[in-house]
Design a binder for this molecule. Sequence first.
Ligand SMILES: CC(C)(COP(=O)(O)OP(=O)(O)OC[C@H]1O[C@@H](n2cnc3c(N)ncnc32)[C@H](O)[C@@H]1OP(=O)(O)O)[C@@H](O)C(=O)NCCC(=O)NCCS
Length: 198
Amino acid sequence: MTDTVELENLIGEQLQPHLDALAALRIEVFREYPYLYDGDTGYERNYLRTYANAERSFCVLARDGADIVGAATGIPLEDETEEFIAPIQAEGLPVGDIFYFGESVLRRSYRGRGIGAAFMREREAYARELGFRQLMFCSVLRPETHPRKPAGYRPLDAFWESRGFRRHPTLKTWYRWRDLDDHEETLKPMVYWVKTLS
Ligand SMILES: CC(C)(COP(=O)(O)OP(=O)(O)OC[C@H]1O[C@@H](n2cnc3c(N)ncnc32)[C@H](O)[C@@H]1OP(=O)(O)O)[C@@H](O)C(=O)NCCC(=O)NCCS
């Protein structure tokens, strides 16, 4: 990791002063393939409020001086909204045992220096400390031939697998957002990745 970047762990309401910075970073990074999210500050405010209001939520910030250049979040699944809990509950999984990873977002020029791996380590350590048994997150599925897929695009699947996550064979859901090329929101298929903590 570069020595100009420092990590800072925040719990629950400690995230409050950083909500605008985190929203801006999510909008910047999720414009990229495969998310292609045409950022919506109303959606961001609503989504991030859940994290800031949950006592046991977690965020690791990456700072370069005064700039927040990356962040990763997590939350006990039972503290998420119904939209996030329902598909997992419907699969019969033990919601109370699951710590859910919200996102990892890192400004492009800071990638490839181990910060993403540190985001994974910090969140896992926190979830273990609180006694959770499973980690879970979801990622979007795009068609192989998607016109916005950049040449040489490398999916993160191998990274997640190397950190002990496996794609859940059946669990799926759909989230709604507006893609860069669209006029309205459409549903996106989301697949889940799971890691059981021993
Ligand atoms: C996910 C993300 C935070 C990882 O950050 P990072 O600091 O570049 O990650 P690291 O440097 O710790 O590298 C992690 C691993 O990913 C690999 N990797 C690095 N860049 C990659 C790329 N562009 N594509 C695929 N894998 C990559 C590295 O080889 C490394 O693997 P290894 O540890 O097995 O060698 C960053 O890529 C990002 O913000 N991506 C866009 C948002 C996103 O897709 N987030 C995940 C879903 S919410």
